[in-house]
Design a protein around this ligand. Structure first.
Ligand SMILES: Cc1cc2nc3c(=O)[nH]c(=O)nc-3n(C[C@H](O)[C@H](O)[C@H](O)COP(=O)(O)OP(=O)(O)OC[C@H]3O[C@@H](n4cnc5c(N)ncnc54)[C@H](O)[C@@H]3O)c2cc1C
Length: 486
């Protein structure tokens, strides 16, 4: 008889693992505490407006395609992808930079800002492509068990790029502060400061300028729907409103899980919930990492988010808009060095209805506002209101239009919600940062060192934060399970 696997959570990593494990012949059940699947990537639908609650940037389309190809499918079997043109816009205090959907356009824009900058840009992106090919095709596909995984012919000849930072590499080639911010932006997805991120991670710049920014029609939740449908077609049983209260262990071996007070026997347990929370479901003797360990890690930021319905179309905005009109270094210090609410935050606004009519009622705009903040900050209704005022005023001034009176409704989401909805450690939004000391084999492990038959996946383990890495994490853990649990 095939072995039974209980998977905790239904985020990208859990759904990915569930598909691979069901395909391999295991008897797989997914248990999700919330009433819908998708984890941080759920959807909010209100009064005809559709919001992706979490991820909104569809980068690295090759990884999504490879995921579905592994099951004889393609993304086109499930959703329609549009390449965004332009990809996004960055508002500085006195200028707007528009990132086109092709390197030639981006080079033109760089030349406009700093004469002669297109040459170093092409060189920088060529190197970023080289990093992408090595990282995505080789390094991230390793399970993070041993340091030797990182030692390959390709990485040894580029070892300096693990010790230089993105920040120093960008500054060596570009002088204009706006171009520097533009090139440092993509690594923010990895959750750490560019000055703490190895220059090897410039593969994110290739993902940005080289592969482009895409949008699944109907929003990012279409990917979750596609994965759920694929998982069910492979025989995965998906249970929502199912909170795991305990991972049951006897004599160092998993026996199953306790769900809403009921014991469910399983040969293998895989948790895709936040790693820290997953370990609290174990008796103390079976936990691998202490509270002190977690406290000392660099976590990716939390976020203050607003989902806003506007009763009119807004002007001079794109699908993705970054507001970099204040000092990036100061905001980064408030996130990583001396955690506090930022005085002058940078922020991001997503208007999916600019390119996708299905996301808002006719003549209206769907707006998603995001301010990155340190995890664990105080979160009160007053602070949320204060920060909405700050950014909506700046939004009006920078885009030269009045919008406050056109707000039909706004919902917010912050630290307390991340903790309540996802059991997120300190309310982090996207997991543990990918710094040099928290990369590959230095991240929390996929397989428990203390409990046989217990595994972990998701953005706190390998390879790291983001939707594409979560898909890969599910694949890596499923391969490890197949190797160990025959
Ligand atoms: C605001 C925001 C913006 C982002 N933007 C982007 C972006 O633009 N592009 C990108 O690629 N990535 C982005 N990310 C990151 C990306 O969304 C995440 O890396 C990814 O979704 C994480 O998936 P996961 O499976 O690791 O975890 P999760 O999605 O958190 O899944 C874990 C699941 O476990 C469930 N769970 C927890 N405890 C229990 C329990 N006791 N019992 C049962 N279930 C439980 C949770 O409810 C949740 O559903 C963003 C994230 C956020 C929050």
């Amino acid at each position: 008889m095939s072995k039974t696997i209980s998977i905790i959570g239904s985020g990208f990593s859990s759904l990915s693992a569930s598909c691979y494990l069901a395909k391999a012949g295991y008897n797989v059940s997914v248990f999700e505490k919330n009433d819908t699947v998708g984890g941080r990537a759920r959807q909010l639908i209100k009064d005809g407006f559709t919001f992706d609650i979490g991820p909104s940037w569809y980068w690295m389309p090759d990884i999504f395609e490879k995921f579905f190809n592994d099951f004889g499918k393609s993304t086109t079997d499930y959703y329609v992808l549009d390449k965004l043109s332009p990809a996004y816009k960055i508002f500085f205090s006195d200028e707007v930079i528009t990132i086109g959907d092709h390197m030639d356009q981006i080079c033109e824009e760089f030349e406009r800002i700093e004469s002669g900058s297109s040459k170093p840009l092409r060189k920088f992106i060529a190197q970023a492509q080289d990093h992408y090919n090595i990282a995505i095709n080789k390094v991230v596909l390793k399970p993070g068990i041993s340091p030797f995984e990182l030692v390959t012919k390709d990485t040894v000849t580029r070892v300096d790029r693990f010790f230089k930072t993105i920040s120093s590499e960008v500054r060596k080639n570009f002088k204009n502060p706006k171009l520097i911010s533009t090139l440092e932006f993509p690594v923010l997805f990895l959750g750490a400061k560019p000055s703490q991120t190895p220059s090897f991670y410039s593969f994110m710049n290739f993902a940005d300028f080289g592969l482009g920014t895409w949008h699944p029609r109907g929003g990012m939740y279409q990917i979750i729907k596609a994965m759920k449908s694929l998982a069910e077609s492979l025989g995965v049983k998906i249970n929502t409103n199912s909170t795991i209260e305990k991972i049951n262990v006897e004599d160092g071996k998993t026996k199953g899980i306790t769900v809403n007070g009921n014991f469910i026997a399983s040969d293998i347990v895989l948790s895709g919930a936040d790693y820290h929370h997953s370990e609290t479901l174990l008796d103390k003797t079976y936990r691998q990492y202490s509270e002190n360990y977690w406290d000392k890690r660099t976590f990716a930021p939390s976020s203050l988010l607003f989902y806003v319905g506007f009763d009119k179309k807004l002007k001079d905005i794109e699908h993705h808009n970054l507001f970099f009109d204040t000092n990036f270094e100061n905001h980064a210090e408030d996130i990583y060095d001396d955690p506090k609410w930022p005085e002058n935050p940078l922020f991001y606004v997503n208007f999916p209805s600019v390119t996708d009519k299905s996301m808002a009622p006719n003549g209206c705009e769907t707006g998603f506002f995001l301010i990155p903040i340190a995890p664990g900050l105080e979160d009160t209704p007053e602070l949320r209101a204060q920060y909405f005022d700050i950014i909506i005023n700046r939004f009006e001034n920078l885009t030269l239009q009045k919008v406050k009176k056109n707000i039909l409704f706004k919902e917010s989401f912050c630290v307390k919600d991340f903790i309540r909805e996802y059991n997120s450690y300190k309310g982090n939004a996207y997991g543990m940062a990918n710094t040099l000391r928290q990369t590959a084999f230095l991240r929390p492990k996929l397989k428990s060192k203390k409990v046989d038959g217990l595994y972990f996946t998701g953005q706190l383990t390998v390879p790291g934060p983001g939707v594409p890495p979560s898909l890969i994490s599910g694949k890596l853990v499923s391969e490890l399970i197949q190797k160990n649990e025959i």
